[in-house]
Design a protein around this ligand. Structure first.
Ligand code: GAL
Length: 919
């Protein structure tokens, strides 16, 4: 018997067992369960019955509609309606300006794409007759697109600029002054083999900004408007196996549709999935772990099977669980299996089976450093008529969550103070185009700080973010919306909410609910409905109900800035997230944490958005604020001439606070579950308080990924056992000789002694609710500042800051010296301007030129300066306060990539990064 026919034989037998309980196969199954058989063909080793192929390569792209096209607008857009900045109420419905005729809109064509996620069949949409857009030349299969730009996805059409100048559309710091908006067309030829006949073909888009519509071979397929949603289109009815197929995607990204830089384009990964007609449905598995202990865990699994064929199907489903190693590879044989099930599925219908099994001595998923993010995978095999027709993998983790109103958050019975950050989705100089490595670098830097939680503000994240969080052991607050019916900008999601919130919310929960990292579902950020009494609360209740239906194991939450403890809104939310009001503004004692706790004694309360401290890396402004700091103003923390903010970390907008104030509130009210700081990383757009800039000042880490001083106050507080000390400011102030220049130290120690040129400036101890050591009366003289810190009276950590001499040379250091030669991997090279002795010149802004040779390219350059309007693609870039970043991307060749940095008057630097072919 050839090995192939053996596999087929075995498969048939096992299916018989499932269906009829045949003795031979039952005995075989028993052998497998007892682990005696060595790697037999189980579900795990079946040949691929489902294929998921990346469609990222080789697209053609053009901006704008062809001449004469005006009939592809999704819906009427309201004009020029002003809205309040902080969650003010807007209009609930799109309205046309009174004098305008109503243009033709295509909404009725797109809405049916939501049907799978609309529960009430009566509310589902019917597709109009005919074919939308058939007359538009770009949709036609024979259109010659060879003059269009050739590119690979993910792609952000806004990041290459040009920067938007005053007086033109998009001239707002709010959205980063980059051209993210407009219409864009993507076309791709797909060679579908003949063998695809009889297969079901799905286009899966992880994210496209925004209002996507799809055609295949000139036939309209469907669309999805929300730019942060992941969605799938069934291509089967329009596909031509054995021929070249033309896939076309049109995006229409409205200006004034976001409060930050949303990017534009197909900015996440795109896939083609091929599966047999009887198959696991879209995101069709749901794993929960209702009972977890060290000795055993109960694992529940729900599988939804779709039957896309025209006949009733009789299918059997079997699922095995395997442990995964740290790299995500299966370890050994199955650790458990679910009872097999047999299902009858009507033609064109779906059926659900639910089962339960036990994993003995489970390796639990939990966050570092006290736990480990162990993972498992459930491998589901679907068989029909003796043949395996689908094999579907569901990675998951075994863990228990507890949200205690009095004691905080627990995972696997262990208390975890949420030390989280909020982050937007852009990747700085790379824009919004997804890069797994760039995202991983963001998370790694945050973990180094002691961060254990991410809030995906204010939208569903890239699937890769959740994969990385699963792997790295970060918990996630998975957020859906920044607004509901009340908009925050003219053309944001409020125009879609009524028609799409149900589908978007259900789809998000389906996509993400098997990730162990996800601990709560945020249904909205600072929504206007908070202040709309019972009507606003009803909208919240509707979303909470939807989420509970899809996932009863996690709480809903909402980031509340204006809801008060006596308003109806919080009653519709499980976990009460407070934005800024928990700790109150800088000098206020109006702490809302205890007020909410008293009013909602059974709800978990935490800081969903905190601090919003602002700073520019390496900028220090005098005099320095006292106590917990002060709102940004020309006399406090702002450099109004240069649009920079002081890095003493005591400056913030008037609704916000310094880290010290929030730390104090969290300590005073230990029932508070923790916080999500606004923000971990700087992001494109929202450059409060200087709208003329391009990127935010809120980040703990700047846009280029360089740590601001603030990083260390979090590290000191969040990693109390990690010995560290950090001095600020830098110590190169020729113009301040003889002037008072305060020195602050962030340390995980409790005491420190500061020395200037060997002279002690005194030993200081942190008092109760103090999170930094301050020597506020130091008189500047050049030389060396040194701090020696102590913890419990014992030496703990030191730091030193030296006065720099004249800038003399460049130094370059890659974050990784070896990368994959896959055309995607990145090395982030930090270039420093130094004096002859290697001390960083802390205010250097030299212009640096970069040359690259070998199998690599410069993907982007940046320096983290929010006011910089240099191109992110330029090979020349100025340093900002001594630092500059070059992002190297591998091409597909292996070998050494050499980057040379040169600058007039400075000795240049060179680094080599090896691109290694995959083994
Ligand atoms: C919050 C809002 C965030 C961001 C932040 C800046 O109110 O939720 O998106 O705008 O303010 O402080």
């Amino acid at each position: 018997m050839s090995s192939n026919s053996f596999w087929r034989f075995w498969r048939r037998q096992s299916v018989n067992y499932i269906i009829s309980g045949g003795l031979l196969a039952a005995a075989l199954a028993l052998i497998l369960q007892n682990g005696c058989a060595s790697q037999p063909e189980t579900a795990a080793s079946s040949p691929p019955t489902r294929e998921r192929i990346s469609l990222d390569m080789d697209w053609r792209f053009a901006k704008g509609d062809p001449a004469g096209v005006s009939n592809l607008l999704y819906d009427v857009r309201p004009q020029g309606r002003a809205r309040g900045r902080r969650g003010g109420a807007g209009a609930a419905e799109p309205t046309n300006a009174p004098s305008e005729p109503t243009p033709a809109v295509i909404k009725s064509w797109v809405l049916p794409s939501a049907n799978d996620f609309i529960k009430d069949a009566a509310q589902r949409h019917t597709r109009p007759e005919g074919n939308l857009g058939a007359e538009v030349v770009y949709t036609q299969p024979n259109f010659d697109d060879r003059s269009w730009q050739k590119l690979n996805l993910p792609h952000d059409w806004g990041i290459e600029g040009p920067w938007i100048t005053n007086g033109t559309v998009g001239n707002s710091g709010g959205t980063g002054r980059l051209p993210f908006f407009g219409i864009g067309w993507y076309r791709k030829s797909l060679d579908l083999p003949k063998s695809d006949a009889g297969q079901e073909l799905f286009l899966e888009v992880d994210g496209a900004m925004a209002y996507a519509t799809v055609w295949l071979n000139g036939q309209f397929v469907g669309g999805w408007p929300y730019g942060y949603a992941s969605w799938r289109m069934d291509l089967t009815p329009y596909a031509k196996p054995g021929e070249q197929n033309e896939l076309v995607i049109r995006l229409d990204n409205p200006p004034n549709s976001s409060r930050w830089y949303p990017g534009g384009g197909i900015y996440r990964n795109v896939w083609l999935t091929k599966a047999a007609p009887v198959q696991v449905g879209q995101w069709g598995t749901y794993v929960t772990t209702p009972e977890v202990s060290a000795s055993a865990a109960t694992v529940n699994l729900k599988v939804t099977l779709d039957n896309k064929s025209k006949a009733t199907a009789q299918a059997s489903v079997a699922t095995e669980i395997f442990a995964l190693d740290e790299k995500g590879n299966r370890e050994g044989t199955a650790v458990a299996r679910f009872p097999a099930a047999s299902l009858q599925i009507a033609a064109g219908g779906s059926a659900v089976t639910e089962g339960k099994t036990t994993v003995a001595n489970p390796k639990l998923w939990g966050p570092y450093p006290t736990q480990k993010p162990n993972r498992y995978v459930a491998v589901t095999t679907v068989s029909e008529g003796g043949q395996v027709v689908d094999s579907y993998e569901t990675p998951f983790g075994i863990r228990s969550l507890r949200f205690d109103p009095n004691e905080g958050f627990f995972i696997n019975g262990q208390h975890l103070k949420i030390q989280g950050v909020c982050d937007h989705h852009d990747l700085g100089a790379l824009g919004t185009a997804l890069s797994r490595r760039a995202l991983q670098r963001q998370l790694e830097t945050l973990v180094d700080m002691g961060c254990n939680a991410i809030r995906t503000s204010h939208n569903p994240p890239a699937p890769e973010l959740l994969e990385l969080a699963d792997e790295m052991g970060l918990v996630v607050m998975d957020e859906a919306f920044d607004c509901w019916l009340s908009g925050k900008t003219d053309l944001d999601y409020h125009l879609l909410f009524a028609d799409w919130h149900e589908a978007d919310m259900r789809a998000q929960v389906h996509r993400d609910r098997n990730h162990p990292c996800v601990i709560m579902w945020s249904i909205g950020n600072e929504v206007g409905e908070q202040g709309q009494g019972a009507a606003g609360a009803a909208v919240a209740q509707n979303l909470t109900d939807i989420v509970h239906e899809e996932d009863p194991t996690r709480p809903t939450t909402s980031a509340e800035n204006s809801a008060r403890a006596n308003s109806p809104f919080p009653k519709a939310i499980d976990a009460l997230g407070l934005n800024y009001q928990g700790a109150g503004a800088a000098t206020s004692t109006n702490y809302q944490y205890p007020v909410f706790h008293a009013s909602f004694p059974t709800n978990f309360v935490y800081g969903s958005e905190t601090e919003s401290t602002i700073s520019s890396r390496g900028v220090y402004i005098f005099p320095v604020a006292k106590g917990f700091g002060a709102s940004a103003s020309a006399s406090s923390g702002e450099d109004v001439a240069n649009h920079q903010i002081s890095s003493y970390d005591l400056t913030f907008p008037n609704w916000a606070q310094a880290p010290d104030k929030e730390f104090m509130a969290q300590e005073r009210f230990p029932f508070v579950g923790g916080e999500f700081v606004w923000t971990g990383w700087d992001y494109l757009g929202e450059p409060t308080p200087f709208n003329s800039s391009r990127s935010s000042y809120f980040g703990i880490i700047d846009l280029a990924g360089f740590k601001k001083d603030r990083f260390y106050i979090y590290q000191a507080h969040w990693r109390p056992d990690f010995p560290m000390a950090h001095i600020l400011p830098h110590w190169t102030w020729p113009e301040r000789a003889g002037q008072v220049t305060p020195v602050h130290v962030y340390t995980s120690g409790d005491e420190g002694e500061l020395f200037l040129n060997g002279q002690s400036l005194g030993r200081k101890k942190k008092g109760q609710f103090e999170y930094r050591l301050r020597w506020d009366d130091v008189v500047y003289q050049p030389g060396t500042l040194k701090v020696v810190t102590y913890k419990n009276g014992k030496p703990w950590a030191t730091d030193e800051m030296k006065t720099a001499g004249t800038a003399a040379k460049l130094a370059a250091k890659p974050d990784r010296e070896t990368i994959h030669a896959d055309g995607q991997d990145l090395s982030f090279v930090t270039v420093r301007v130094e004096d002859a002795a290697g001390v960083m010149a802390p205010r250097a802004d030299n212009s640096i030129h970069f040359d690259i040779t070998g199998p690599g390219e410069i993907a982007a350059t940046d320096n983290g300066d929010p006011t910089s309007f240099e191109s992110f693609q330029a090979h020349d870039h100025k340093a900002f306060n001594g630092l500059c970043l070059v992002i190297i991307r591998s091409t597909k060749g292996a070998g050494p990539i050499v980057l040379r940095a040169s600058s007039a008057g400075l000795k240049g630097a060179e680094v080599t990064v090896q691109a290694e072919a995959a083994r």
